[in-house]
Design a protein around this ligand. Structure first.
Ligand SMILES: [Zn+2]
Length: 229
């Protein structure tokens, strides 16, 4: 079903105006269509993305409810290690109780950091052959600007900041509404978590880099996100 959803997402991104009786101008923010019945009892849901008032987007998510695929919880982990000789290490744990669209619970424990805030991001690639530097940009399947984890307009990979204490330890807990562990356009498994030298300004720095990377400096440590079990 998720595959169907993905196909329909792509289809709708280019053909939304062709849906019979539902012209483009009727699509509002997070609109819920009365829906053509593809299968009796399974309404077709059409949502504008991102769901932000006064934001013009041509991207729509389309799916039929209820889901009929396996919705058992998924878990994944990234073992984060220093770039080069550094002493940073830790774990970033991900849990999605209701894949593919439910929120992802993120819990991180990292040690060996310099005191203060450091950016944390998921980058597009998980290829560590050249350490933490060739992992592509922040994971950004919807081609939006950089932001913070609670912003509507953000990269899916924008996890914000962790704050290390005077012993270099940082703990981090939050719930992310965008990323998914089940593959598809928001899937993060197989990509990399990167901890940066500087704090992430969450796109609010006013500099050229702020809306790309949060001006968070070079990577200090990274790890590939992989399934648990
Ligand atoms: Zn970003």
């Amino acid at each position: 079903m998720f595959k169907l959803r993905l196909v329909m997402l792509l289809f709708l991104a280019f053909n939304v105006a062709k849906i019979r009786n539902y012209p483009m101008e009727n699509v509002g923010v997070n609109s819920l269509y009365p829906a053509p019945q593809i299968v009796p009892g399974r309404p077709l849901i059409v949502k504008n993305y991102p769901a932000v008032e006064n934001y013009q987007s041509d991207l729509y998510e389309v799916y039929a409810e209820p889901y009929s695929y396996d919705v058992r919880p998924l878990t994944a982990i990234a073992l984060v290690q220093s770039e080069g000789e550094g002493s940073i290490s830790g774990e970033v744990f991900f849990l999605q109780r209701h894949p593919p669209a439910g929120p992802v619970y993120v819990r991180a424990n990292i040690t060996g950091l310099s005191e203060g805030r450091h950016g944390v991001h998921i980058h597009q690639a998980g290829d560590l052959r050249e350490g933490c530097v060739k992992l592509g940009p922040h994971f950004n399947p919807f081609l939006l600007q950089h932001g913070g984890p609670s912003d509507h307009i953000r990269h899916v990979g924008d996890m914000g900041n962790i704050e290390a204490d005077s012993d270099g330890k940082a703990e981090f807990n939050y719930v992310d509404p965008l990323m998914s562990l089940s593959g598809g356009p928001r899937g993060i498994v197989g990509r990399a978590v990167v901890v940066t030298e500087n704090p992430d300004d969450l796109g609010r720095g006013g500099t050229a880099n702020s809306l790309n990377t949060g001006d968070s400096g070079k990577p200090l440590a990274c790890g590939i996100i992989a399934y648990v079990n």
